[in-house]
Design a binder for this molecule. Structure first.
Ligand code: ATP
Ligand code: K
Ligand code: MG
Length: 735
């Protein structure tokens, strides 16, 4: 089983694989270490990655970019309108979701953003398989921007599944880079020393993220993550394109902005120009026959470029400022500013970041590959086949999550909502929610601060129905416990439910009286903190009540899960297997109990788990039927692509065979053919070649194979005579 990390970028996607020697970035079919994140459609097949890029300018209407930024979005989201500026294919509405309408196999077809991401992931899977064969590719860690919400993350998870990948973790971009940083640094501070504080700044093609991360030996803790969702290389390109368009309008009387191909070619030239300006004070731009047969040329200086992008540069400090604020730190607390992402190569942007922190920037990570490498490390840690140095990752959530429910009929003063995960809550994390109920009930999970979400992403996360709830024998409330978890992908679920009952148990009374009042331990847990380490023991009247007997809801409803606590349970499960016994049994205590008669004990009520409460969940993930049909559709498109590729291969083989045979007839086969035979064969080769360039240009695979067989069998006797001679000579030599 292979171990794969994928940095799914807006512009480029990078794949890293873990092998015994370490983590390597792999190359694609044209030996590039990054593959364009593009999907294109044609009359006979799809174009994925590099081939979509090759076709792009001539196939704008059927080429889709910004794949991950469209995932999980509604068509009417204002952010989709922004994306449409950068996506050349028309975006469309598919049952409310955004998709693209393209011409594929001669028909108009609509594909959802989830399907489009799946297509691209299929290609990356094949590229990886090609590199690792015969080892199959399945387990994968893929990166996404930290600002992705539940619905966006679920879309990427669905896409991975449609592509036949098993997502071990959907990991935030900067967290992946931080893992790659931490796991390779051997000089991190010890547990009792001050942590090393690193600000990771990632500016890519479309977005800007800053994470402040604390490192100690064997662990990293993300303290704050901030972002500008619309700040990246493409915005620098756009400023240039707008400038150039204006110049061309005056100088050449052409309007590139209203000419799709002209605009796309100007944008491509602008990106190149921008890169040249990163290393030079000025750069020329020449495009032949840009539109209406007009050639354009101009020169831009770095200074002019910087003036064009000043609106961007002037807000470059905002995410940094906010990150320090969220982390409760000052510039002086930051030890290292580690910069990644292609967008940060713009010198004036580097200057702004550097002068904000008052520090020289650090580039110890490979800017373009750090995220993919971090994902591969994460995949190795989570994969059962790999042994990796233990390294714990504490990430954080980007938005607060609340639960809402209807009042129980018999608890009139009950609240009906509660924020369960705060912004910057540790992730993954499980919280136990307590409800007193006599009937089945429903809950809804949603983002508590809709205004902070990207675009018009709906705050709705999921609906959960808790079944099997009834009054107990004394017609009293059932104490229902629900496990709500923001999992390793940053996705929320109510994972399980159970009910508890109070039971009297004998408990040792501690001499120093740390546990004098069980009430104290009972209420110690505060959401978002992790202080609690034991199951709270419950005072005799475990359901807190008003004097008239109604349950009182003033007490804590949310507790951190005892087992999971703050920690990264999935990855830690494996780490603990490697490092420490999962359970340490203290024999001194168990032996003591029999002989112990001096110690005081007392009876306390504890909550004992009595049974499960089934939960049915409705979330924004694809349902099984929809996912199955998307998977089937993907499989049939893969077949279609494969058939086209195989046909092309057979055609090329035929062409090469004709060429080769013609040469050999004049060379090594010459002495084995009569002139007449040779002329006849050459005529057939000529006919086949003419056919290939004419009606045979677009034949089926079977026809190419048949043509090949035909000339092979015709040449058969000649080839046979040649080999007979060779064997004869060989036998002579050996004798
Ligand atoms: P995102 O992280 O936003 O999803 P991405 O990961 O695909 O996007 P990167 O590969 O990090 O983005 O960066 C791509 C951007 O970096 C492009 O806009 C590209 O033009 C820009 N870039 C690359 N090299 C340079 C350079 N030398 N000077 C300026 N910009 C550059
Ligand atoms: K990238
Ligand atoms: Mg990126």
């Amino acid at each position: 089983m292979s171990v794969v990390g994928i940095d799914l970028g807006t512009l480029n996607t990078v794949v890293a694989v873990a092998r015994n020697r370490g983590v390597d970035v792999i190359t694609n079919e044209v030996s590039n270490r990054a593959t364009p994140s593009l999907v294109g459609f044609g009359p006979k097949s799809r174009y994925l990655g590099e081939s979509a890029k090759t076709q792009e300018i001539s196939n704008l209407k059927n080429t889709v970019s910004s794949l991950k930024r469209l995932a999980g979005r509604k068509f009417n989201d204002p952010d989709v309108e922004i994306e449409q500026n950068f996506v050349s294919a028309p975006l469309c509405d598919i049952n409310g979701q955004v998709g693209a309408e393209v011409n594929y196999l001669g028909k108009k077809e609509k594909f959802t953003a989830t399907q489009l991401v799946a297509m691209f992931l299929t290609k990356m899977k094949q590229t990886t398989e090609n590199e690792l064969k015969p080892v199959p590719v399945s387990d994968v860690v893929i990166s996404c921007p930290p600002w992705f919400t539940d619905i966006q993350r679920r879309s990427i998870l669905d896409a991975a599944e449609i592509a036949g990948l098993k997502m071990l973790r959907l990991m935030n971009d900067t967290t992946a880079a931080a893992l790659g940083y931490g796991i390779t640094k051997l000089d991190l501070p010890g547990p009792d020393e001050n942590p090393r504080r690193v600000a990771f700044v990632d500016i890519g093609h479309s977005n800007y993220v800053c994470s402040i991360v604390e490192f100690r030996k064997g662990e990293l803790t993300v303290k704050a993550t901030t972002f500008d969702r619309h700040f990246g290389g493409r915005d620098f390109d756009k400023a240039l394109v707008e400038h150039l368009a204006k110049e061309f309008k005056g100088k050449y009387k052409i309007d590139v902005l209203n000419h799709p191909r002209g605009k796309a070619r100007t944008a491509a030239a602008a990106e190149k120009l921008k890169k040249v300006l990163s290393a030079n004070q000025q750069a020329p731009l020449n495009i032949e026959s840009l539109m209406n047969d007009v050639d354009v040329s101009t020169m831009i200086t770095r200074q002019e470029f910087e003036a064009m992008v000043e609106p961007l540069l002037s807000r470059a400090h905002l995410p940094l400022e906010q990150a320090l604020k969220d982390a409760g730190l000052t510039k002086d607390d930051i030890d290292v500013v580690e910069v990644i992402g292609g967008g940060t190569r713009v010198p004036s942007l580097k200057e702004r970041i550097s002068s904000f922190f008052g520090k020289t920037l650090s580039f110890t990570l490979n800017q373009d590959e750090a995220v993919a490498r971090g994902c591969a490390f994460s995949c190795a840690m989570l994969s059962p086949v790999f042994q990796v140095r233990a390294f714990t990752v504490h990430d954080i959530t980007s938005y607060p999550i609340e639960f809402a429910w209807e009042k129980a009929p018999d608890i009139p003063d009950e609240d009906t909502s509660l924020t369960v995960f705060n912004k910057n809550n540790i992730m993954p994390s499980t919280k136990i929610l307590t409800f007193y109920r006599k009937q089945p009930f429903d809950l809804e999970a949603r983002y508590a601060d809709p205004d902070s979400l990207p675009g018009k992403v709906s705050p709705w996360i999921g609906h959960f129905s808790v079944k099997g709830v009834h009054a107990d024998e004394r017609d009293d409330f059932m104490i229902c416990k629900l496990k709500a978890r923001v999992n390793i992908h940053g996705v929320l679920n109510v994972e399980s439910g159970y009910y508890v009952e109070d039971q009297e148990v004998e408990e040792e009374v501690k001499e120093e009286g740390e546990k004098k009042d069980p009430d104290v331990s009972n209420n110690s847990s505060v959401p978002g903190t992790t202080e609690q380490s034991t199951i709270p023991s419950i005072p005799s009247n475990s359901i807190p009540r008003h004097q008239d007997g109604r349950p009182s809801l003033k007490r804590q409803r949310v507790q951190d899960d005892v087992k999971v606590g703050a920690d990264d349970s999935e990855s830690n499960e494996k780490l603990s297997k490697l490092d420490v016994p999962a359970l340490i049994i203290d024999f001194s205590k168990t032996m003591d109990t029999d002989t112990q008669d001096k110690k005081k004990t007392r009876k306390v009520k504890k909550q004992i788990r009595k049974g499960d409460l089934p939960i049915s969940a409705g979330t924004t993930s694809l349902d099984v039927t929809a996912r199955d049909s998307a998977t089937e559709k993907e499989a049939s498109m893969i077949m279609e692509d494969k058939l086209v590729a195989d046909t092309e291969e057979k055609k090329n083989e035929l062409e090469a065979y004709i060429y080769d045979m013609r040469n050999k007839l004049d060379d090594q086969y010459a002495e084995f053919t009569s002139e007449e035979e040779k002329d006849k064969m050459k005529a057939t080769l000529m006919d086949t070649e003419d056919w290939l360039y004419d009606e045979g240009d677009d034949a089926t695979k079977a026809v190419y194979v048949a043509k090949m067989d035909e000339i092979r069998s015709m040449a058969g006797p000649v080839v046979q005579r040649y080999f007979d001679k060779i064997n004869e000579e060989k036998a002579k030599k050996e004798a």
